[in-house]
Design a protein around this ligand. Structure first.
Ligand code: BGC
Ligand code: MG
Length: 547
């Protein structure tokens, strides 16, 4: 790559709005030291590849010091790098190179809980009256010894763990090894703002904020009501997990959270062009919360939405319904959409997509209003890997096996080279999760050589969004579904772009709105005729010509 092809470091403050973010799961991206686990130097080595996709930013899942019970989402030192991933020096090197390539870097802050090995928790659990005694959520048992309320942990069992030292329970929304911080305690908020400041000073461009709506619990510890049967569905979380039988009115989503988000935003705004992306996980009120958290200029810039991460396919109807809800609950908010990530089955498998369907979906993502996250390997068309029980790592999967197999199938190593048994991921013969033999034919090197491959299609789709401001951040109107045919219009100033997608493998009849159109992607013929048969998974993206 010569200097001319390097994008200039962007200072434009709104880069995140409509931006495309590439998510890296660092354990599985690229190993550089032969221990079978991906690391920061591995990421550095592959940055040219990521830049070549044309994305604006990377989001790297946690690489902080951690006992790795939840693979880094259990942090024991927020301001250092786990030795398995490298050092702060390696991080700085990665950041500098990313910036040189024009890539923003977002890190994953897990503020809702720490590891039980974090010194804060060690101190907090030591007694009931130490200086950090209120830093976590402690409660006396009920008279009969049982936990204070009915809250459940997402990863199985009650959300309360007994601690014999304090003779009290502590709250953990996730693993027992992930105690929840007590955001009602001012010192906790200040300590976490210091963590954010540490990384902002180091030069990161933003944060993906893990489980942002879990920060604050109900002070009175009221029990959650049961979720009415008619509202239970398997689409986001499996029903084999009783967590999904409750309505989480009190264990999360508390209004006091807004004040903390405003403090975090005020801090971030002291720096140039930074962005906060909050992960809102709530099966019932996700969209309302997204609306509240991204409203105005004082809270987070955008929220990560779950609507297209569900088991339910993003059919034309569901896309229309999602934006209807968005317009109702978050009219001036901003969403970041994703089809895949490190927590759900890969969408090619989840929705049983052909190569053609994969192409239509990424093009759709690039045309939808909002920002977008792509998850490592989806540009290769990777399907979910089959990980046998003996190789399973994810505690969530171990808990609910075999009905729910956990998250290892989307976390297997990235597939770089077709010839290498370890897919170019590692020189170790024992990677932390098995390299999937079924994925080897989807390797980067093979797809690079084929200009017609899905990988090159992803590049074209991302480039299209950048070529047309209307697609990146224009308004979105007239969204409608007719069977599997989804149509809508994006507009920015004089630029008007009509988008039509046939989200099925059966041809559909499409009427083109009146006027003169030039196709900028998809089917190019017959636009003048005003109507056409759009083949299965076909699409038309067309720009209105001046009269
Ligand atoms: C992350 C998960 C993690 C959980 C607890 C999430 O939503 O994406 O991977 O297990 O938070 O930190
Ligand atoms: Mg390594």
């Amino acid at each position: 790559m010569n200097d001319q092809t390097l994008a200039q470091p962007e200072t434009q403050t709104d880069w995140w709005k409509g931006g495309v973010i590439y998510q890296i799961y660092p354990r599985s991206f690229q190993d550089s030291d032969g221990d079978g686990i991906g690391d920061l130097n591995g990421i550095t080595r592959r940055l040219e590849y990521i830049a070549s996709l044309g994305v604006d930013a990377i989001w790297i899942s946690p690489f902080f010091t951690s006992p790795m019970k939840d693979f880094g989402y259990d942090v024991s030192d927020y301001c250092d790098i786990d030795p398995m991933f490298g050092s702060l020096g390696d991080f700085d090197g990665m950041l500098a190179k990313a910036h040189k390539l024009g890539l923003k870097v977002m890190i994953d802050l897990v503020l809702s809980h720490t590891s039980d090995e974090h010194p804060w928790f060690q101190e907090s659990r030591a007694s009931r009256d130490n200086p950090k005694s209120e830093w976590y959520v402690w409660s006396d048992p009920q008279e009969d010894g049982t936990p204070p309320n009915n809250w459940l942990s997402i990863f199985g069992g009650p959300a309360w763990q007994w601690d014999s030292r304090r003779q009290q329970y502590y709250l953990h929304n996730f693993l027992v090894a992930q105690p929840d911080l007590n955001f009602h305690c001012e010192e906790v908020q200040l300590a976490l703002l210091d963590v954010a400041k540490f990384w902002l000073d180091r030069g990161v461009d933003g944060f993906r904020l893990d489980t942002i709506n879990f920060y604050i619990h109900d002070r009175e510890l009221r029990s959650n009501p049961a979720l009415p049967y008619e509202l239970r569905n398997d689409s986001i979380a499996p029903q084999v997990n009783p967590y999904n039988h409750q309505e989480h009115l009190y264990s999360k989503n508390q209004p006091e959270n807004l004040a903390f988000l405003e403090r975090l935003r005020a801090l971030t705004d002291q720096y140039d062009a930074r962005a906060c992306l909050g992960e809102v996980g709530d099966a019932q009120r996700g969209m309302q919360i997204l609306g509240e958290y991204t409203k105005g200029e004082k809270r987070v810039h955008m929220c990560y939405a779950f609507e297209f991460l569900e088991n339910r396919k993003a059919t034309a109807d569901w896309v229309v319904e999602t934006f209807r809800r968005f317009d109702t609950h978050a009219p001036d908010g901003w969403a970041c959409w994703a089809f895949s990530n490190h927590d759900v089955r890969r969408h090619a498998t989840r929705w049983d997509l052909s190569d053609g369907a994969n192409r239509a979906y990424v093009m759709l993502m690039m045309c939808l209003r909002g920002s977008a996250c792509l998850y490592q390997g989806e540009e290769l068309g990777l399907h979910e890997a089959d990980v046998p029980f003996e190789a399973l790592q994810d505690p969530y999967g171990k808990e609910f096996w075999p009905e729910f197999k956990g998250r290892d199938g989307c976390r297997t190593p990235m597939v770089w080279e077709i010839q290498d048994e370890m897919a170019g991921f590692t020189t170790s013969s024992d990677p932390w999760l098995p390299v999937s033999p079924a994925q080897s034919e989807f390797s980067v090197d093979r797809l690079e050589d084929d200009p017609g491959s899905l990988l090159h299609h992803y590049r074209r789709a991302v480039a299209l969004r950048h070529d047309y401001p209307a697609l990146a951040h224009g308004s979105q109107t007239g969204m409608s579904a007719e069977g599997d045919l989804l149509t809508f219009t994006r507009t920015d100033g004089d630029e008007e772009i009509f988008c039509a997608f046939n989200l099925s493998d059966i041809a559909a009849h499409l009427t083109i709105p009146e006027g003169q159109w030039t196709a900028i992607a998809g089917v190019h013929s017959d636009l003048e005729a005003g109507a056409m048969d759009l083949p299965g998974w076909g699409y038309v993206i067309a720009k209105r010509e001046g009269e």
